[in-house]
Design a binder for this molecule. Sequence first.
Ligand code: FUB
Length: 337
Amino acid sequence: EIVTARDMKRAASMQPKNSPLVTHMYTADPSAHVFNDIIYIYPSHDIETDMPMNDDGDHFAMRDYHVFSLDRPFGKVNDHGCALDIDGVEWAVKQMWAPDAAEKDGKYYLYFPARKPNGIFAIGAAVGDSPEGPFVAEKTEIKGSYSIDPAVLQDDDGEYYIYFGGLWGGQLQQWNSCNEHTGDIYPADDEPAIPPRVARLKDNMVELAEEVREIVILDENGEPIKTGDLERRYFEGPWMHRYDGKYYFSYSTGETHNICYAVGDSPYGPFTYQGKILTPVLGWTSHHSIVEYQGKWYLFYHDCQLSGGQTHLRNIKMAELKYNEDGTIQTIDPYYN
Ligand code: FUB
């Protein structure tokens, strides 16, 4: 079913500018990386489910990951098959949500969130010898991790950082600044918004090297963006990329459906809000990644074109991303108006 009036309006009136990259299954949350001069995409694998639709995202019932590669930008997509199934993850029971991947010293690492038997989300790592997988999951989740949507930056100095966190069903509001599980706590509208999280990874890539830290996103006055600022506050789907010496932290604003970004001088932030990268897509969720390939930059994102707006049955897409001379990003509208 199409879930909101906004979705119905868009489904009826919008012509997509880009086609789904994968059409033989539903895919979402595309994390793209260039390994060995090939663009690889690590998406969620959306499936049909009887689970009721709710704000906890129970209808996102995914249970495995496929890895895809592109023979060229916007070109043929290769499906490399199932790279990890939940049956191979001892600590997890359901909901394999948005993943990411990284390479170090010829080994490949898949990072993914899932729920533990107690219902609490954590982030796991799985290791493989090829960017295509298969990946073998570690016996336990990454100790000290929580919530959803891991995204890993390989920094220019060889350090790796994992970013994560998502509100509502992603449970970020259940964790305080000391990384204690408190249960739901939402700040008031005029208080700083719940921040995304970051930690450096150990050399072994499957453990955190430090306590998880909060990331501050500042407004144009140098003040933390507030909880009530729904058009700009962090909701889920972090991504980090580097451009012209700066750190670009981008994310989804959830119920206002924007992909926004903020720029800083350190992988830990603070980051200052700059603007929108992607305006709302068909479907409730918006989730992206950004990658450079052969001198051009690309945005990977999803919408619900293939399923006619069913919000848990999505399809990944790509678009070229362009910078202005001052380093700001040109906003992409995914539809012809
Ligand atoms: O795919 C399940 C969840 O939907 C992801 O973890 C979020 O980022 C949103 O896209």
